[in-house]
Each structure stands twice: as structure tokens, then as C-alpha cells.
Design a protein around this ligand. Sequence first.
Ligand SMILES: Cc1cc2nc3c(=O)[nH]c(=O)nc-3n(C[C@H](O)[C@H](O)[C@H](O)COP(=O)(O)OP(=O)(O)OC[C@H]3O[C@@H](n4cnc5c(N)ncnc54)[C@H](O)[C@@H]3O)c2cc1C
Length: 421
Amino acid sequence: MPVLSKVERMETDICVIGAGPAGMMAAITAAQKSKQVILLESNTTAGRKLLLTGRGRCNLTHTGSIDDFLRAYKPFDRFVRHCIHEFSPEKTLNFFNSRGMSTIAEPGGYVFPKTNRAEDVKKVLTDELKKLNVRILFGKKVNSITKQDNSFIIPLEKSKISARSVIIATGGLSWPKTGSTGDGFGFAKQFGHNIIKPVPALVPLITAEKFCACLAGTGVKNIIISCKIENKKISSAGPMMFTHNGIGGPAVFDFSRTIADIFKKNLPISIDLTADMKIDELDKKLSDCLAQNPRQKIASVLAKFLPKAIAAQICLQENLSETNASQISKKLRTNLIQKLKNFPFTIISPESIERATVTRGGVDTAQIDSKTMQSKLCQAMFFAGEIINVDGPCGGYNLQFAFSSGSLAGKSAVELLEKIA
Ligand SMILES: Cc1cc2nc3c(=O)[nH]c(=O)nc-3n(C[C@H](O)[C@H](O)[C@H](O)COP(=O)(O)OP(=O)(O)OC[C@H]3O[C@@H](n4cnc5c(N)ncnc54)[C@H](O)[C@@H]3O)c2cc1C
């Protein structure tokens, strides 16, 4: 008979699964209220995705009123309302500022650490976990959760955790190399939860137009991207960038989020490349510029309005590459303006979920109590962060939801344990 090694059993009040921003904030909030907390993380460090956020700068929240926030979270605003009120963007800033991390708001309301280092956001969270004696077990991939009597049993390789409450904060499916591989969806399913099909949101779009590859890396500061689906106009504004197989950048990401549930292959869209100017103003400015530079090629004149490579591409498509400014007819100028204001593209598909900034889909919000983040199907099981079917636009909204839902889940788990003690 083989000798079975003794499995160490660890008892705790609360076990948090996933040391991303949501899980760390949940563990901190619960430990602040003097509960014993174990935090399990499959990676060897915490917050791997957090370090990538905002291109390493971490856009941790957004400025604006709570009403502005709720508008941004549509169609999830009703579910998000309570946790955003409970742990507001202001509280997020206080949390980090009072622990020595100053923040700065950029035009447009994007908030970053003053040092521009996502590492500093992570450090505040991990220092706080340490200070509160949260036991973090790294390299511990959770494979299953069961409930026996009133305890959750989480088997690990050589040990077993028994917790009175569990907070699942394992993230979504995007950027799986960071550890977010969708495991939590399986755990939630085991307890009867409905998982809304995960799809990519905030993601680059693949276009039928192959010329995008020649412009990869070239961006425009302010565009409007729009389309019509079922007679409804959908649009987003902001910066964009061409990619090796299509388009990306914040305006495109936000647009991808709006069409995430309704996307149909080969979707015709239009981009206004000169969104800062109304059509009359553009016409006047372009006419003046062409008249002032009669011997210049049209592409050179256009390059005063747009990056050179984009101007050259537009002229190539309009057969104007060799045409001087003085040679342009009114009809050609009108065509050119039409193209600038209404550049047509066909979207073949969004990029894969692996390349999406966030996952749309996850645990159905109808089965989670928005006042506590507790499952409606399983007492003492809580959810926080991107595992929930909630996503926000670019601008710090997704991290704010991770912090707000994490904080509320941690607080509610403590309150429940005190009630049923
Ligand atoms: C490139 C990029 C840039 C982004 N930039 C921004 C930004 O600037 N602002 C913003 O608001 N949002 C941004 N986001 C989105 C934001 O990072 C996420 O919404 C946020 O990290 C979600 O937090 P979370 O804690 O719910 O999940 P995650 O951050 O995904 O953390 C989940 C954790 O759970 C762990 N885990 C998973 N399964 C298991 C398991 N079975 N056992 C143990 N541990 C497990 C994972 O390893 C991971 O550490 C960005 C995302 C990406 C990919």
C-alpha cells in the first residue's frame, strides 16, 4: 500500500482566489476588518496584468461625477451603481494618495500615478496586504472548489484550504499569459451560475482593407468611428492607430465594446479622420491651403492636416499622387473631403479575445446581489472584478470596477461571517 503523505489543512475565515486588483482589494478590505484572509494566486507574483495597464503607466481611474461613471458603464450601470457609490473613484484616489502614491489627471480625465509606473500601484496594494498579515500563497493554481457543510474546500497540491467564505476574483479570458485563463467561470458553473458567453471588448478590429498594414503604427489624434446597425447609429471618438491588419487605439477599442454583442461579419463602418473640424471649416481650410501652395503635390498639402503616410495613402487611392495643388478641380476636392470625413472600411472581425483589453461576458449579474457581490445561488460565495459580466470603456473604468467590486465583496464577506457566527 502506498503511504499517503499527510495533507496540510489550513483553516481561514475568507479565501480570495486571484491576486489581481480586484482580489487584492477584496483581501485588504476583509483583513482591515480583522478577519483571517488567505489569498491564492497561480502566478509567482501578484498583479501581472496590472503591470501592463495603461502601457505600464496604469490608468487606475477616471475623474468625473458618479453619474458620469455610471453612464460610462452602460449597459451594466444598474449593477455597478452600488459598488461605485460604496468605493467611489474619490475613495480609490484617497486609498492610494494616503499611502504615499500621488496621482495626476490628464486631459480627458484619465488618472495615472504621478510616477507613471504601474509598479507603484501594485506596490501600494502588496505593501498593504503585508501590513495586514494577509497570507498570500503564490504558485497555487486553484482547480476546484467544493462546499461541505458550511465551509468551502479548496484542494491545493500538498494542502487543503477550508474557508468559511470564498471570493472569486480570477479575472476574464483576455491576455491569458498574465494568468487570467477563465478558470473562475468553471468554478462559478459548478455552483450553478450562468456564464454569459465571453467575447472580446476593447480590442483592435481586423479590416478587409489590406493597406492598413502599410500605415501600421501611424495614428490620428481625434477621429470619429461610426456605423449603423439595425438603423441605430453607433459611434466613438478619440485617438486611433493603424495596425498590421486593421485599426486600433482608444476610439476603436471603445467602438469594439459597443458592438461586442451585435457584431456581424463584414460590417461596413466609416471613419471621420478630421473630427476636430466641421465639413465647411475643413473645406475652407483645405481650399485656402491648396491655393497658397499651388506647386506642391496635393499629398504634401494634405499632410498639414494628417500624418504624411495617411495623406499619401489617401491621394494614392484617389489617383492624386502626382497631382499639384493648382490642378485640383472642385469635384476632386469634394471627393477628397468626402474621403477625409467618411473613410469607409469593412470590419471582418474583432481581434481574438487573447488580445482584448477586457472580456465582455462572465458570471451573469442576475445571479449576483449587486448590494454585496454575493452569489444569489451559493451563500458565502462572492465575486469581484472582471470575472463578472461587467466591462467599461477605456479610461480607468475597468480598474475602478475591480477596486469597487473587490472592496464591496471583502466588506460584505466580513459582514456575513459576523452575522452567521
Ligand atoms: C494590456 C492591458 C491594458 C489595460 N489597461 C487598463 C487601464 O489602463 N485601465 C483600466 O482601467 N483597465 C485596464 N485594463 C483592464 C484591467 O487590467 C482589468 O480589467 C483588471 O486587471 C481586472 O482585474 P481582476 O482583478 O478582475 O482580474 P485580473 O487582473 O485578470 O487578475 C486575476 C488574477 O487571478 C489569477 N488567477 C486566475 N485563475 C486562477 C486560479 N485558477 N488559481 C489562482 N489564481 C488564478 C490570475 O493569475 C490573476 O493574477 C487593461 C488590460 C490589459 C490586458
